[in-house]
Design a protein around this ligand. Structure first.
Ligand code: BJW
Length: 242
């Protein structure tokens, strides 16, 4: 990727008062967490999404679905944040106002040191009861210790609503920001995909960081930095604040 393009974005980043970073699974790929779509090891190539990430399918597919999420929770704890996650922490440190809006459920941003984070799709830190909603640790069987109901991951499955207030807060920040950097997401899943749209509609600069721009629902009016998060973001930070 041309250094000149990176320099232009770095200058924009340095000058921006309000910055939003919007992330997806690709930012954790270099930590060894699989993405959902496209890649050979993508999760939806390995399992039928209907039997795992839809509430009805999850209920029907027990205890397989519980064990699948449980092993993903274990994996998320075992891997480490990568230079892409740490570069986002640096952006937060320098920006006057900053919000990280993530679709990721692996907590790697927080483990890297990100502070102001909205998790649009929940997290894998704990399980939650379908029936009584009480949170619990990941345990051997998906039985709620409180009421005996079915346990599930505390994530947003398809056809479920996002956590109360999370989308609104993300949209407000996007509408008010000077610069939104979208990193490692196919930008396909609604309503999360509204977040960069809000920024664009309200006149912010929008920058996409992704090694594969094919299929991105954007025209050429947004800046595309082609490359991985772990490669591009640290370079961007070094150029913005040498
Ligand atoms: C790198 C990289 C590197 C690789 N560096 N980059 C038709 C049209 C429009 C909408 C809909 C529709 N049909 C249904 C809907 C609604 C639906 C939806 O959007 N579906 C789409 C698939 C079209 N949305 C919902 O259902 C939402 N709820 C809702 O709508 O409620 C209202 C309702 C009620 C009743 C009935 C109907 C509607 C909820 C969506 C929740 C999504 N949850 C998931 C699963 C979480 C649990 C789990 O993990 O199992 O969240 S889906 C999955 O996708 C996960 C992710 O957060 C989300 C986004 O994926 P992401 O992060 O973009 O990953 P990938 O794999 O897609 O992309 C990775 C990218 O990284 C790629 O671009 C790579 O190139 C790149 N990359 N390496 C940088 N090193």
């Amino acid at each position: 990727m041309a250094d000149e393009q990176l320099l232009t974005v770095a200058s924009c980043l340095r000058k921006a008062r309000r910055v939003v970073v919007f992330t997806g699974a690709g930012v954790s790929a270099e930590s060894g967490v699989p993405t959902f779509r496209a890649a050979a090891n993508a999760l939806w190539n390995e399992v039928d999404v209907r039997n795992f990430a839809y509430p009805d399918g999850y209920r029907r597919n027990q205890p397989n679905a519980w064990h699948w999420y449980s092993s993903r929770a274990t994996k998320a704890r075992e891997v480490e944040p990568n230079p892409g996650h740490y570069a986002i922490v640096e952006i937060e440190r320098h920006a006057e106002e900053f919000l990280l809006v993530t679709q990721n459920i692996d907590s790697l941003h927080q483990r890297a040191g990100s502070k102001n984070v909205i998790e649009l799709h929940g997290n894998l830190r704990e399980a939650r009861c379908f029936e009584c909603n009480v949170r619990s640790e990941w345990i051997a069987d998906p039985v709620c210790p409180k009421c005996g109901g079915l346990l599930r991951p505390d994530v947003v499955m398809f056809e479920e609503m996002l956590p109360a207030g999370a989308l609104e807060q993300a949209r407000d920040a996007a509408a008010a920001c000077d610069l939104l950097i979208s990193v490692g997401t196919s930008n396909l899943v609604w309503p999360a995909t509204e977040v960069p749209r809000y920024a664009e509609r309200h006149g912010a600069d929008v920058v996409i960081v992704n090694p594969d721009m094919e299929g991105q629902p954007w025209g050429h009016h947004v800046t595309q930095l082609v490359g991985t998060a772990g490669e591009i973001l640290p370079r961007l930070v070094r150029l913005a604040w040498p």
